[in-house]
Design a protein around this ligand. Structure first.
Ligand code: NAD
Ligand code: USQ
Length: 384
């Protein structure tokens, strides 16, 4: 298949492009390098050095003999986007190209507006590009488990069968997201579902949990193929951050009591889920939703697991939670759709955590320890 990966220079987009190329698909990546720009803005860098997109692509060609096409541009530039879609003529578009940090979206009004504009308008441009170029293109869109929040009922895969006053209907599962970033994913889901209904587009919305890990079999082939590894309090995600903090001898920063529970997934399963969705497309007019996570863990549980595996003393520190989130809540998520397509999950293992300790150990001199403590407060956004 011909697959265009939007956000193909990012943490997940690059390993996905390699995985799909490795499996024999014709792959192109599209990116505006906004993510490298946030690093410059925040004064941080990926813990693991990352090559330029051109060097990554040249290395992949050297290592595998396979070609990846690249389009350097912005989803907000509709003319460029339409031209790229026409030029590459994909069967599938995998859409990762959004501002993905909840804290970044909560810095102040400018960052909230940037995030909503970038994500929602970018996706809307894409829906028009698909509809006007070739409505048969299958859109595989990255959503997030955080769209649902933490409701006091079981979380279904996108849709809910409902009985109300004696009548039944199938409705989109109610959403209660926890940041302006997570809200963009809800807005996207509604826009995408509408275009499936109104224009007959076909889409798979993947509500993904927090990703951990940094290597896939393809990125491990050459250091120039490495994907990014974020440690800072704005872009670093919880398990990756705790592993890095343990190696640095810094306390693991558990927000509140750590009783919040989240869905998680190994980066190797992320790229495989995308392959499965690509190779088993939604039907024309179908808005299909999968919950892309493999297990649920509490934040305190993740900290204990990392501390337990680390071969040295580790301090766990409970900070006042900078976010607004439910400390105690019910969490029971259905996630059978991708397993039904053939996913064989890598559950969190000692081996994986230990391999991450090694990756961090080799690069720990690159960390700026001042960027580890959270500075963005959910109510702080009001002051700007
Ligand atoms: P990332 O920031 O590393 O990658 C996103 C890429 O998209 C970047 O390379 C960025 O430059 C590009 N981009 C952003 N806006 C763009 C625009 N307007 N035009 C062109 N390119 C643009 O993020 P990631 O961690 O790889 O996440 C990828 C996707 O997966 C995001 O949509 C995110 O919401 C979702 N997701 C991530 C996680 C996680 O734990 N990392 C979990 C669930 C869902
Ligand atoms: N947390 C801590 N200490 C830390 C960092 C985080 O206790 O040092 C807690 C947070 O309070 C939260 C949980 O860990 O309860 C997860 O936080 P996170 O920063 O790892 O994840 P989140 O902000 O939800 O965002 C990440 C990605 C985002 C993706 C989302 C999936 O950045 O792109 O959409 O995970 S989900 O959480 O399922 O919505």
């Amino acid at each position: 298949m011909r697959v265009l990966v939007l956000g193909g220079d990012g943490y997940l987009g690059w390993p996905t492009a390699l995985h799909l190329s490795d499996k024999g698909h014709e792959v192109a990546v599209f990116d505006n390098f906004a993510r490298r720009g946030y690093d410059a803005e925040l004064g941080v860098e990926s813990l693991v050095p990352i090559a330029s997109l051109a060097d990554r692509i040249a290395t992949w060609r050297e290592v595998s003999g396979r070609t990846i096409t690249s389009y350097e541009g912005d989803l907000l530039d509709a003319e460029f986007l339409f031209a790229a879609v026409r030029d590459f003529a994909p069967d599938t578009i995998v859409h990762y190209a959004e501002q993905r940090s909840a804290p970044y979206s909560m810095i102040d009004r400018e960052h909230a507006v940037y995030t909503q504009h970038n994500n929602v308008v970018g996706t809307l441009n894409l829906l028009y590009a698909i509809a006007e170029t070739d409505p048969a293109i299958h859109l595989v869109k990255l959503g997030t488990m955080g769209e649902y929040g933490t409701p006091n009922i079981d979380i279904e895969e996108g849709w809910l069968e409902l009985e109300h006053n004696g009548r039944r209907d199938r409705v989109l599962f109610p959403k209660r997201p926890g940041s302006f970033y997570h809200l963009t994913k809800v807005h996207d889901s509604h826009n995408i579902e509408f275009t499936c209904r109104a224009w007959g587009l076909r889409a798979t919305d993947l509500n993904q949990g927090v990703v951990y890990g940094q290597q896939t079999p393809q990125t491990a082939l050459d250091p120039r193929l490495a994907t990014r590894f974020d440690y800072d309090a704005v872009f670093g995600t919880v398990l990756n951050r705790f592993v890095i903090q343990a190696v640095l001898g810094q306390p693991l920063t558990v927000y509140g009591q750590g009783t919040q529970t989240r869905g998680l997934i190994d980066i190797r399963d992320t790229v495989e889920c995308i392959r499965l969705a690509v190779e088993h497309p939604a039907e024309p007019g179908e808005f299909r939703v999968f919950n892309q996570m493999t297990e649920s863990l509490s934040v305190a549980g993740i900290a204990e697991l990392v501390a337990d595996r680390f071969p040295g003393p580790v301090q766990i520190e409970h900070l006042e939670n900078p976010r607004t989130e439910a400390p105690e809540h019910y969490y029971n998520v259905k996630h059978t759709g991708l397993v039904g397509l053939g996913l064989e999950p890598h559950l969190l293992s000692d081996t994986l955590i230990e391999s991450m300790f090694d990756i961090v150990g080799a690069n720990k001199h690159r960390v700026n320890p001042e960027k580890l403590r959270p500075t963005v407060r959910w109510r702080g956004a009001l002051k700007a």
